[in-house]
Design a protein around this ligand. Structure first.
Ligand code: ATP
Ligand code: MG
Length: 169
C-alpha cells in the first residue's frame, strides 16, 4: 500500500466530491472522535445529515470545535467536500495559528462513480449538486497544490483501499 506519514498532531483536510468516499475513508483510518464531519454535524443540529439548511449552523460548530482541537494539539480529520479555496484557507489558518501542520488528502474519484455510489447509499444527494461540485474540481485541483499544506496526497479510486497512515511519534 501507499504509506502516508502523518505528523503528530496534524490536521487532515479531505477533499472529494459527494460520494467519493470521504466519510468511509475517514472512519476506516481514524477514531470517531478525531473526525469532524459536515454531514454528522448537520445531523447534530437537525437530526438530518442531508439538511442543507443546516449547513451554516453545522460549519459554525465545526469551526469552533476545530479551533479548540487545534489549540489542544490533537490530530483532527476535517471531512467535508472542501472544494473551495476560501474554505480550505480558513482551515489552514486555524491549523497555522496553533502551529499544527495541515495535510491534504484528495480522493480523486470520477463523478460518474460518485453518482453511482450515492444512488446506492441511504442518504442521497441531488445529482445537480454533485455535478456542480464536479465543475469546481479542476480548479480545486490546480489550486490545492499551491496552498500552504505541509503535504498533499492525491489518491485515485484504485489507490484508496491501499492507503496506510503512519502516525509519527
Ligand atoms: P458526502 O460528501 O456526501 O458525505 P462522502 O464522500 O462522505 O460523501 P461516503 O458516504 O463515504 O462519501 O461514501 C459514498 C458511498 O460510497 C457509500 O455508500 C459508501 O459505502 C461507498 N463507498 C465509499 N468508499 C468506497 C470504496 N472505497 N469503494 C466502494 N464503495 C465505497
Ligand atoms: Mg460523508
Amino acid at each position: 500500500g501507499t504509506v502516508v506519514p502523518l505528523p503528530n498532531p496534524c490536521l487532515i483536510v479531505i477533499m472529494g466530491l459527494s460520494g467519493s468516499g470521504k466519510s468511509t475513508f475517514a472512519e476506516e483510518h481514524f477514531a470517531p472522535i478525531e473526525i469532524l464531519s459536515s454531514d454528522r454535524t448537520r445531523a447534530v443540529v437537525s437530526n438530518n445529515a442531508a439538511d442543507q439548511d443546516s449547513t451554516s449552523a453545522a460549519f459554525n460548530l465545526l469551526y469552533a470545535t476545530l479551533w479548540y482541537r487545534m489549540a489542544n494539539h490533537v490530530t483532527t480529520v476535517f471531512d467535508a467536500t472542501n472544494l473551495e479555496a476560501a474554505h480550505r484557507e480558513r482551515l489552514l489558518n486555524m491549523a497555522r495559528r496553533h502551529a499544527v501542520p495541515a495535510i491534504a488528502v484528495v480522493l480523486d474519484v470520477p463523478v460518474k462513480r460518485c453518482l453511482q455510489r450515492i444512488a446506492r447509499r441511504r442518504r442521497t444527494v441531488p445529482t445537480d449538486r454533485i455535478l456542480a461540485q464536479a465543475d469546481l474540481w479542476p480548479e480545486a485541483m490546480r489550486q490545492i497544490g499551491d496552498e500552504d499544506f505541509a503535504a498533499l496526497h492525491v489518491f485515485t479510486e484504485d489507490q484508496i483501499p491501499n492507503v496506510v497512515f503512519r502516525q509519527d511519534l
